[in-house]
Ligand binder design. Structure first.
Ligand code: SF4
Length: 472
């Protein structure tokens, strides 16, 4: 079990205003965002007077079994799927977070990570505030409720302007749903139109799922409000004059390939990664096989560019969660064998190129290389569609600590030896950036150690905000 992972979570958010069958639409939207978080899920729905909430630990599908699900009646609502690195998962941290303020109900759902959370929280605690959760997400509610902001115009904008770091937020009041994205645009957030109503989603695959038409992305630094007057926009910070910090890992691994993220098809960018990889790291082989599912598009690109046929040497058990998404190391290791099975007659006697999206700890790849050899593969060449991951992420992705990143202190040859492959090669940074439009507007911090801005020295241990040992 890891003892010092950062408190980052990686989540999906979905919200609606003015649609029919609100709870069902949010449920369906969250279902297609399940890959972004499997630790907890929640929906809250409002009818203008009351807000109803259904949430808990586990998958989206489990919400239907809760008695509160049938009470979700109204015309506006937000939902959340959560993943966190919290060692002791806490139901209190499951979102949306809902509070009663002096002027009504407020609810938030957050994807990202705030880099000034510790300082803000300490300030509020010193002033007497009581926190319900150990998430950074709750801070926005305290800012919104703070008389300093509450009594002034542009209250939500002013509150958002206090936050640093990565955030795509959905905020719900009794009569509006709002969507905001941090000034660097780290995490995606899109707007859709459904009938006469509006939909917000972390990824466009969720818009497709509910039959909404894509309108546009929420812009970095923008607050979009949907209410009975329609939709309107404001900015809550000075426009970023330097490059944006869109997370390139969304394209490498996290987003679903049928999504358009930061204005670009994820499937297309992964194919480009694979094609580039074939040029940068060719190898004589009989077969290209993808690591399902996120390696599939890159493997197709590698096959197209190299002329080596593609086949499915791994079969995925879809009833097991993504290993990188699982929060505890023991769960992660135990699930690997359950998750992928080798198809022996595909790989037997062949020289195999395995294309994967990333190599984090290396233990999973080692297991897979070994499984391919046991199934009779003659050679196993590992190709990774991004550069070596050597640095932590401070913006909402649960990377292990540096000591746990297999490439942090090892050469490529040493990593190759560790995983037991005949050869190992990564895409170069230039290769990675060649796969996306407007490459200057992407964060590549986990590969380069250079982040879009100086994140300072604030406490970033896993449990930096987790000071109470009791279960909630
Ligand atoms: S450090 Fe890596 S994972 Fe984190 S936001 Fe930047 S590119 Fe994405």
């Amino acid at each position: 079990m890891q003892t010092d992972e950062r408190p980052k979570h990686y989540c999906g958010i979905f919200g609606v205003f003015g649609v029919e069958d609100t709870a069902r639409v949010i449920y369906d939207g969250l279902f297609s965002l399940q890959h972004r978080g499997q630790e907890g899920a929640g929906i809250c729905v409002g009818n203008g007077e009351r807000v109803f909430t259904c949430k808990g630990m586990g998958l989206v599908g489990e919400l239907q079994n809760r008695p509160q699900f049938s009470e979700l009646k109204g015309h506006l609502g937000i939902g959340h799927v959560r993943y966190s690195t919290t060692g002791a998962p806490r139901p209190a941290n499951v979102q949306p977070l809902v509070v009663e303020c002096i002027d009504g109900i407020w609810a938030v759902a957050h994807n990202g990570n705030l880099t000034n959370a510790h300082k803000l929280r300490k300030n509020y605690q010193e002033a007497g505030s009581i926190f319900q959760t150990s998430t950074d997400s709750e801070l926005l509610l305290h800012l919104i409720a703070d008389p300093v902001f509450r009594t002034r115009p542009l209250r939500v904008e002013r509150a958002l302007a206090e936050l640093q770091g990565a955030f795509s937020y959905l905020v719900m009041t009794n009569n509006a749903v709002m969507a905001a994205r941090d000034r660097y645009g780290f995490r995606p957030l899109s707007i859709g139109k459904l009938g006469s109503g509006y939909v917000f989603a972390s990824e466009t695959c969720a818009l497709e799922q509910v039959g909404a038409d894509y309108v546009r992305d929420v812009l970095p630094g923008e607050l979009v409000v949907a209410d009975k007057r329609g939709i309107r926009s404001s900015t809550f910070c000075e426009p970023v004059t330097v490059a944006l910090g869109q997370c390139i890992f969304e394209h490498v691994y996290f987003a679903r390939p049928d999504s358009v993220v930061f204005g670009q098809s994820v499937h297309d960018s992964r194919i480009r990664l694979g094609r580039r990889l074939a040029k940068e790291a060719p190898v004589e082989a009989d077969l290209v096989i993808p690591v399902p599912d996120s390696g599939a598009s890159a493997a197709l690109g590698y096959s197209q560019a190299s002329g080596i046929p593609l086949d499915y040497g791994f079969i995925r058990n879809h009833y097991i969660g993504r290993t990188f998404i699982m929060p505890v190391q023991s769960q992660r290791s135990d699930s690997v064998d359950m998750k992928l099975a080798v198809v022996p007659h595909v790989v037997r006697g062949k020289r195999i190129v395995v294309v994967d999206d990333s190599l984090i700890r290396g233990t999973t790849s080692r297991r897979r290389v070994n499984a391919l050899r046991e199934a009779g593969a003659k050679e196993v060449h590992l190709r990774i569609s991004c550069p070596p991951t050597r640095h932590p992420c401070y913006f909402g992705i649960d990377f292990p600590t540096r000591t746990e990143l297999v490439a942090a202190d090892k050469t490529v040859e040493e990593v190759c030896k560790f995983v037991g492959a005949d050869s190992l090669a990564y895409n170069s940074l230039e290769g990675l950036l060649s796969a996306v439009d407007h490459p200057d507007d992407f964060c590549t911090g986990c590969f380069t150690g250079k982040y879009p801005y100086d994140v300072g020295t604030e406490e970033r241990r896993k449990n930096a905000l987790e000071t109470w040992a009791g279960a909630m």
